[in-house]
Design a protein around this ligand. Sequence first.
Ligand code: GLN
Length: 534
Amino acid sequence: MEPKFIFVTGGVVSSLGKGIISSSIGKLLQARGYRITIQKFDPYINIDPGTLNPYEHGECYVTDDGMETDLDLGHYERFTGIRTTRNNSVTTGRIYKTVIDRERKGDYLGKTIQVVPHITDEIKRRMLREMDRDKYDFIITEVGGTIGDIESAPFMEAIRQLRWELGKNAVSVHLTYVPYLKAAGELKTKPTQHSVKEMQGMGIQPDVLILRTELHLSDSVRMKVASFCNVDLECVVQSEDLPSIYEVPVNMQKQGLDAAIMRKFGIPVGETPAMKPWHEFLDKQKNATKIVRIGLVGKYDLQDAYKSIRESLNLAGIYNDVKVKIEFVNSENITKANVEEKLKDFAGIMICPGFGQRGIEGKIIAAEYTRTHDIPTFGICLGMQMMVIEFARNVLGFADANSREMDEHTPHNVIDIMEDQKNITNMGGTMRLGAYACQLKEGSKVASIYKDKLIHERHRHRYEFNNKYKDDYESKGMKCTGINPDADLVEIVEIPELKWYVGTQFHPEYASTVLEPHPLFVDFIKQTLPSPSL
Ligand code: GLN
């Protein structure tokens, strides 16, 4: 079969959940035995979201091959279990950079470089890139932003051209919003009609419409949309608010979204796959009612800032038959005087990753409190580094211990800048990024959790545990139980004496998926049971 292209765009408002819809389409096609990939095209100028503040764009996700990407790639991986790469995430900035670099080299032979065709050609080249390798049956391309944005116009033009060139092998899926007007007691389809008109004005007729709605849409509403927008009735699908995003694929399947897309491609539809493992997961999720409270000690009070950590905790809860209630604790407000009050009722504490000074002293105080009260604690990246600093200050007796990131002149630099990071001046894309090997110490807690000796996990940091102090730590009870074999970097610390006190320099949260939750998260939550329930 020739590869088929599905283009997913959004209209009316942002934050409709295009990423969830793209992931759901991927999941459903995968369940039919097809090989799929999902790529994200973002209209902003940054080369990648690596330098963006989480307030701007939520969490920065990292692929195995070390690309810093949009958090939607996390949804793609969690839903479908695929491993994305740097090819799955493209921004306007990357497109322009490629074209401008080529222009400087003289590749355009004296031509005037323009948005059309040079920028649009580069967008098309990247949209099609996965096709050359004959790896996939379906390539799903999600375009960020909302129809009508100035920034996304070149992407729309690229899609228009590709639909023309690919003919039957391209399908356009458009996601819109149907608001409910309380005063009128009506669901309004006009914004959808306008959004489709806008697309038609750009030369793209959507094949499939997915209507986001808070209330169920009657057949007559769907019929109205179908006839006003030139879309088959079976291709007008609704996406109601559901208790969990993981119910979306099933809801889409019930309405025949995958079948409708396949018919558009002229592919025989066949039987609807049962998706047994997925349904088993959803059943587990429904039955998990007992609540476990986990405190998330970080500095961003924003759902999306620690997206993968939150999802990994939720998934780990479900596999332990409990519902994890995540409560954010702002580390900037944690003091020695109030730490007990703030943390005592949690079954477990997660100390979050991060950059810079703000909120670190609170993380250190939290690490001390949970260590001395034996509350299960999981520190990730900066969280692990804060556990290490706390141990140096309060157990090793180095009251001034710090990370060089926070205090360049600290005499006890238990966390130090990595050798190959010393002379870096460009901040974008230059950290230690992506998957690296980690050897687990025999007999350690982590070795028994992973049931493995050599693992690979994704990284995103510049600073590392300072090996000069390794013996001090080990002799006082904090063990270095995960080591990168190539560079001898400490990747995991744990205190075996305590119930569960583990810090990882890497980010295990990026690798947790719905059907394969990450073992560290599953074990962490397991350790928090039974807990004070609400
Ligand atoms: N700021 C720390 C470092 O660069 C930790 C990074 C993180 O938490 N991702 O090493």
